[in-house]
Design a protein around this ligand. Structure first.
Ligand SMILES: NC(=O)c1ccc[n+]([C@@H]2O[C@H](COP(=O)([O-])OP(=O)(O)OC[C@H]3O[C@@H](n4cnc5c(N)ncnc54)[C@H](O)[C@@H]3O)[C@@H](O)[C@H]2O)c1
Length: 318
């Protein structure tokens, strides 16, 4: 009997080819509503998951499910606890996308500092005078403050320090400082918020971090500072951020992620001149899509062939 892999949101050919060559049957899903997933997971031994939510109801409907493998890093869209109780492995692809997300972050720092999006829109609309209406800010010598200095944060730090000549400080209570010679680590998130010219979030969304960047924290930032969130939308309280931006308590923000995706058209953050938004595509380069698909497929193959996965997220109960 060949094992069946459900892929609810299509992936790069590299991952599908890998699975086919190993003898798996692939079922591309027809939608990502809970009802559709509950129906389509039946008879499947694995799910290759992107950003659709996988709550307990979906996992329970997959009576033959052995592994759910995340195309990317964040597993906040998967009920990992239920998976563990049901004996289902959760794996992810943490080495696939850090460099691509870090490049996107650097792009957003430059775009914020030099008002690139605002100037682009103005020039296209015939307003060449924008050159005298908004002034950019130099990046060299400025302080980048990282909250979360794991894989992505470390690469951002290296590029910002070496390439942009920034001073990098960071808050991450769980990292070993000797791993990060390019970052001046502090044990105070407030120090990062109060000191940095650019505050960039690179931590996971979990019960401790959801809503962590709230009004009080945002209002600690310098009026000239910028906030970047390429981590997860829920970490920042969006209404508090919008208030700070409207009141010019901070200079601007760049967001790749939103509490609700896609964001509501009425979300005030979509309407402000001092905000740059991208559609959760920091990792979506051609090369990275191939790596994410391959590494997620590898996790499925490892579990279904009885091996310990290279990138386990949980230890399922047997
Ligand atoms: N925008 C995108 O497309 C995209 C792509 C990949 C990852 N991400 C997000 O970026 C996050 C970081 O990815 P990564 O690969 O660097 O993960 P990682 O696990 O290597 O690093 C996360 C770091 O956050 C730290 N951390 C945890 N809780 C913290 C807290 N309360 N305060 C400060 N630091 C804390 C951890 O110690 C760790 O060092 C992911 O969790 C994911 O949500 C977004």
């Amino acid at each position: 009997m060949s094992y069946k892999v459900l892929i609810p949101q299509d992936i790069s050919e590299a991952g599908k080819k890998y699975l086919r060559e190993k003898g798996y049957e692939i079922k591309i899903g027809s939608g990502i509503s809970v009802a559709t997933l509950q129906q389509e997971v039946q008879g499947c031994h694995a799910i290759l998951a992107r950003i659709a939510p996988f709550p307990a109801e979906v996992l329970r409907a997959g009576k033959q499910l052995k592994v759910i493998s995340r195309h990317g890093v964040g597993v906040d869209n998967i009920d990992v606890q239920t998976a563990t109780e049901l004996g289902i492995y959760v794996t992810n692809a943490p080495e696939s996308n850090a460099g691509s997300v870090a490049e996107h972050t650097i792009g957003l720092i430059v775009a914020l500092a030099r008002n690139l999006v605002r100037c682009h829109i103005a020039v296209r609309n015939g307003n060449f005078e924008i050159r005298n209406q908004v002034l950019g800010t130099d990046i060299a010598g400025k302080v980048l403050g990282l909250i979360g200095v794991g894989r992505i944060g470390k690469i951002v730090a290296g590029k910002a320090a070496a390439g942009l000549e920034m001073k990098v400080i960071g808050y991450d209570p769980f990292v070993e400082p000797s791993r990060l010679p390019e970052v001046e680590l502090t044990d105070s998130v407030e120090h990062v918020l109060k000191t940095a010219d650019f505050v960039s979030l690179h931590l996971p969304a979990n019960e401790k971090t959801i809503g962590m960047i709230d009004r009080a924290k945002i209002f600690m930032m310098k009026p000239s500072a910028y906030l970047l969130n390429v981590a997860r939308g829920g970490i920042v309280r969006e209404n508090d951020l919008a208030e700070a931006l409207v009141e010019k308590r901070i200079s601007g923000a760049a967001l790749d992620v939103f509490a609700k995706e896609p964001p509501d058209p009425e979300n005030p953050l979509l309407k402000l001149d001092n905000v740059i938004v991208t559609p959760h595509n920091a990792a979506l380069t051609r090369e990275c899509m191939d790596r994410m698909a391959l590494h997620a497929a590898q996790g499925i193959h490892e579990v279904l062939s009885g091996r310990t996965p290279t990138w386990p997220v949980n230890r399922p109960k047997t």
